[in-house]
Design a protein around this ligand. Structure first.
Ligand code: F0G
Length: 459
């Protein structure tokens, strides 16, 4: 008999207590934090779905590996283990460790991107966009039609729009497009996968114009699993084979190992271009550290070398993707509109559909995120106009973001099914009294990445 329930393919070895603050404590915390959930303390949160980044549980193998960490400054054994693992999965010639993904982005764009350039991406993550813009370049999102419509169901809704890639290059001129990036999975577009055929098609266009193609590979293993499940010809391939093929079509990748590295910290820039790699290593020394540690301890490199292999195990990926879909299906059945189909690492609640009475410039997704925390101590994150909207220089309403979402990101191997059942109960309760929610206004904000520190107040 093949039983239907897909269980967590691990048992719990160490536990960490969760605090259970009551409603009054949560309301006080919200006020103190200026209604910005980034300002909450961990003890004020019951289930923390702010991010899947660096919040996962490491395996006993990884913890054991940390004891073998070699802290040699130059030429650490742990670095060579890390490098060998990354090369084995990606096939790239140069592997440059960094303390996290955005450090790899900053270095790559410092090497490649100049003032006035345009970088196309299916959808830039916020740090990727900020690092492109910091170089004086334009970060242009060209996701497939339907990719920004929460209700559209497509198997590879994270795909890049290949026609727009071509027309963008023709419009701005090949000299102003220093590289093209594809984000797998498409985090800001709902954690949606990108097909192998799409990566291949982007490669062909890039070859035609002689432009390098890079992956933002944070969730490469989850993307590989979706390809295995959904793309013809890949059902019998292993996630490792699929990942290798994905990387074989690109010239390099930036990686946050806090996601599919199953680590709490770490990242890399990996690439084939020797000249770019040399410049990148010099920049690395300036800010991150020597090229055999890149801002990481030897024990981090060791844990990541093990994590990169564990993340490609089929039992893990089957459980991982299924547990996200389980939360999505439960809240959808309870009346919460979501981005369809469910993504890999997170469920994205569609605040625009739930709260039509709150206009974008009054931040419906922020309002929903605040209420989920207030009601049940569940912390998600706004991916809407607070994060991606444009401030009007004359003080008018913000230019709205493409979607108003609240992301509930699932930390890897951390929460059990009853935690997820509790989250679903909170989400459904809030959905049932959506009309009571009100808008917010921003009273304090920074020039970049304002969502991290802005303070808000209820309207
Ligand atoms: N690219 C993508 C697609 C990401 O999701 C992230 C991080 C980064 C780059 C940057 O990596 O945090 O290691 O510097 N995403 C986290 C999130 C923060 O919550 O989605 P980092």
């Amino acid at each position: 008999m093949d039983y239907k329930t897909i269980i967590e393919p691990f048992r719990i070895h160490t536990v960490q207590a969760i605090d259970l603050p009551n409603l009054a404590a949560r309301e006080a915390a919200l006020e103190r934090a200026g209604y910005n959930l980034f300002g909450l303390h961990a003890d004020e949160v019951i289930i923390d779905l702010l991010t899947d980044s660096g919040t996962g549980a490491m395996s006993s193998e990884q913890w054991a590996g940390m004891m073998c960490g070699d802290e040699t400054y130059a030429g650490s054994r742990s670095f060579f283990r890390f490098e060998e693992t990354v090369k084995d999965i990606t096939g790239f010639d140069h592997v440059i460790p960094t303390h996290q993904g955005r450090a790899a982005e900053k270095i790559l764009f410092a090497v490649a991107v100049e003032d006035g350039d345009v970088v196309p991406n299916n959808t830039h993550f916020d740090t990727t966009r900020a690092n492109v813009e910091y170089r004086g370049a334009e970060a242009r999102d060209i996701v497939t039609p339907g990719g920004t419509d929460p209700a559209t169901i497509l198997p590879f809704k994270g795909n890049m729009d290949i026609d727009r890639l071509r027309s963008t290059i023709e419009e701005v001129g090949v000299d102003r497009v220093p590289l093209v990036m594809i984000t797998v999975t498409n985090n800001s577009g709902g954690g949606q996968p990108v097909s192998m055929a799409n990566i291949r098609a982007a490669r062909e266009v890039c070859d035609e114009f002689g432009i390098p193609l890079y992956l933002d590979a944070c969730r490469f293993a989850e993307n590989a699993w979706f390809i295995k499940m959904r793309e013809e010809g890949y059902e019998d391939k292993t996630p490792r084979e699929i990942a290798r093929e994905m990387f074989s079509y690109v010239d390099g990748a930036t990686m946050s190992a806090k996601k599919d590295g199953l680590g709490n910290i770490g990242g890399f820039l990996a690439l084939n271009d020797t000249e770019w790699a040399q410049t990148a290593r010099n920049l690395l020394i300036l800010t991150e550290g020597f090229p055999t540690y890149g801002g990481l301890a030897g024990y981090d490199l060791e844990a990541l070398a093990i994590g990169f292999n564990e993340v490609l195990e089929e039992d893990y990926l089957r459980y991982r993707i299924r547990s996200t879909a389980y939360l999505a299906e439960t809240v959808l059945a309870g009346g919460m509109p979501i981005v369809q189909p469910p993504g890999g690492h997170a469920v994205y609640l569609d605040a625009a559909a739930l709260l039509p009475h709150i206009p974008s410039h009054e931040y419906p997704a922020q309002s929903l995120a605040i209420e989920l925390y207030r009601a049940g101590g569940v912390r998600g994150i706004e991916i809407g106009t607070v994060m991606f909207g444009r401030r009007d220089p004359d003080g008018g309403p913000d230019e709205p973001a493409a979607m108003e979402l609240v992301r509930l990101a699932i930390p890897r191997r951390t929460y059990t099914q009853s935690h997820i059942d509790y989250v679903a109960e909170v989400v459904i309760d809030v959905a049932n009294r959506a009309e009571q929610l009100t808008g917010y206004r921003i009273v304090e904000q920074a020039a970049w990445l304002r969502h991290f520190t802005a303070r808000l107040e209820a309207l």
